[in-house]
Design a protein around this ligand. Structure first.
Ligand SMILES: Cc1cc2nc3c(=O)[nH]c(=O)nc-3n(C[C@H](O)[C@H](O)[C@H](O)COP(=O)(O)OP(=O)(O)OC[C@H]3O[C@@H](n4cnc5c(N)ncnc54)[C@H](O)[C@@H]3O)c2cc1C
Length: 499
């Protein structure tokens, strides 16, 4: 795919940047500044680290690589052991990260979860219960959130911009929608989370795409498929002709999106960083090493040697440990531990861009939380706006773009050319609100996530993977799980159990 085609999709301009993981602020010709958060040169650092010798050896029992939901869940599950967690970023959270504006954290990735039906896996529920996040609701046989102040009101949940107007939802009520939900109803109870517990009788659904499945059983039309594609892209990073029928059916039959009574939706200001905050409280500060990029892993006669590049100190240290839990993105295994890479070489990652727009002095009268946006620019998925996203009277809107997996390098290359996409985003939001918000923009924060989300393409969920070998255990949504908080959480717990 050439750049011209990419620019056509996103109307973007590129400039190639250099340097390590970077966070840059620059003044825009208008009055607002743009801060860009990217780690485009991580692969380069990992490849060149062999040029440096080890400055210090550190012993620990378990080293966890990656402080996203999976790595943090693994560390929380191993509190009886000596654990250290390393992350290449200066902040925890991975794709469930947050940006600090003033003294408030705002979601910069995953931003919500829903109350958990009783059929969800007990290990994940137990961890969330021990973190005092959920409590069992006997009447509804589901796990509800404890901190009700973070719930989104049902009447302010969603609006969908389409054809110049606003609809109540992406998938509008119709006979076709009813037939569609009826078609999927027999799968209730079979589509469970964690996805690793889906029964073998449903696995054949992983061998065809969701669009092949729908075209076989329903007289679908283009409007309906546009809505389904939007929802698949929004949660899975791929359209219905890319994701498997198993993933598609799971979306509508596992999580209680279309069930009564409506589920609780938890979306704190910091988004799913909320879960990271809860988990970090279980650990001590000394256990967490940020700005620490794992650059190599080696099996020793006894245990493992893991080389870590300390970005802030410009030095390489070696951790000697009995076990490693690798919860980082698996494409980096090419450099870190090539023997393990083949287990994950099929994983396709959707790149995402998250843009936080801090407004000042403008009150937005429309208070809908999730604002979907269906237009000819299929990559722009709308923005989140809610009372929860307010800091001292100032609103922060959070916009999302998702790209096909072939664009990850191009998304990272936006490091020096983000202005165009920021302006484009403001244009979309102005169209939505039918007013010009630009004079009220104080600061814009752009996060580039080159390998953000594993896309559940056919055979991704059902592929047999070796998730533990010689004390090295793998965790993460990209271990053949769905790109969801609960699946990532469970993958960390199971990785900890395997060692
Ligand atoms: C934009 C976006 C929005 C989303 N919204 C939702 C949502 O609302 N609800 C929901 O349920 N799910 C959502 N998801 C999915 C959810 O965020 C993920 O499934 C989950 O957070 C993945 O966690 P993880 O720990 O598996 O991986 P990651 O979050 O990718 O964490 C991996 C961590 O490993 C670190 N790392 C990688 N390599 C190395 C290395 N070599 N050395 C050191 N550290 C390393 C990374 O820096 C990162 O912190 C969203 C995803 C995206 C991208």
């Amino acid at each position: 795919m050439n750049r011209r085609a990419f620019i056509k999709i996103g109307t973007l301009v590129f400039a190639v940047g250099v340097g390590c993981r970077s966070e840059k602020s620059r003044e825009h010709s208008s009055s607002y500044a743009i801060t860009i958060d990217s780690n485009r040169s991580i692969g380069h650092l990992a490849r060149n680290s062999f040029l440096h010798s080890v400055s210090e050896e550190i012993k620990t029992d378990v080293l966890v690589v990656g402080a996203g939901i999976a790595g943090m869940a693994a560390a929380c599950s191993l509190q009886h052991r000596e654990v250290i967690v390393c992350d290449l970023n200066p902040r925890l959270g991975g794709t469930s990260g947050a940006v600090t504006i003033g003294n408030q954290q705002f979601s910069q990735g995953a931003y919500y979860d829903m109350s958990y039906p009783g059929y969800y896996g007990s290990d994940g529920l137990k961890l969330l219960e021990s973190l005092k996040v959920i409590t069992y609701n006997k009447t509804l046989d589901r796990w509800d959130f404890i901190e009700k102040q973070h719930l989104i009101s049902l009447t302010a949940e969603e609006r969908c911009y389409r054809n110049g107007g606003l609809d109540a939802s992406v998938l509008m009520d119709s006979e076709l929608k009813q037939n569609f939900l009826d078609l999927l109803r027999p799968y209730s109870g079979k589509m469970v989370l964690p996805s690793s517990e889906i029964g073998l009788d449903s696995i054949r659904l992983d061998h065809l795409t969701f669009s092949e499945y729908l075209n076989k059983y329903l007289p679908v039309n283009s409007d309906f498929m546009e809505a389904i594609d939007y929802q698949m892209m929004d949660d899975y990073g791929g359209k219905s002709d890319q994701v498997s029928a198993l993933a598609g059916i799971h979306y509508y039959r596992c999580r209680p999106y279309y069930q009564k009574p409506e589920p609780e939706i938890l979306s704190p200001t910091e988004g799913n960083y909320y879960f990271i905050n809860k988990m970090v409280n279980q650990l001590s500060l000394e256990q967490i090493k940020l700005d620490s990029l794992v650059v190599g892993m080696e099996k020793l006669k006894q245990g493992w040697g893991v080389d870590v590049w300390e970005v802030a100190n410009d030095r390489k240290v070696r951790y000697k440990c009995n076990n490693v839990i690798y919860a980082g993105q698996k494409h980096l295994l090419k450099y870190l531990h090539p023997e393990s890479y083949k287990t994950f070489s099929d994983v396709k990652y959707a790149p995402w861009i998250v843009i936080n727009i801090e407004l000042q002095g403008e009150s937005i009268d429309n208070d809908f939380w999730q604002n979907d946006y269906l237009s000819t620019n299929a990559q722009f998925l709308g923005f989140v706006n809610s009372r929860a996203q307010t800091k001292e009277g100032n609103r922060v809107l959070t916009a999302y773009y998702c790209y096909p997996d072939i664009y990850h390098h191009m998304v990272q290359d936006l490091e020096n050319g983000a202005r165009e996409i920021v302006e484009q985003t403001i244009g979309f939001i102005n169209t939505y609100f039918k007013k010009d918000l630009e004079p009220f923009i104080k600061h814009v924060y752009v996060k580039l996530l080159g390998h953000a989300m594993p896309v559940p393409v056919p055979r991704y969920l059902s592929k047999k993977r070796q998730l533990e070998q010689n004390g090295l255990s793998f965790a993460g949504a990209d271990t053949g799980r769905l790109p969801l908080m609960f699946d990532a959480l469970d993958s960390g717990i199971q990785a900890a159990k395997r060692i």
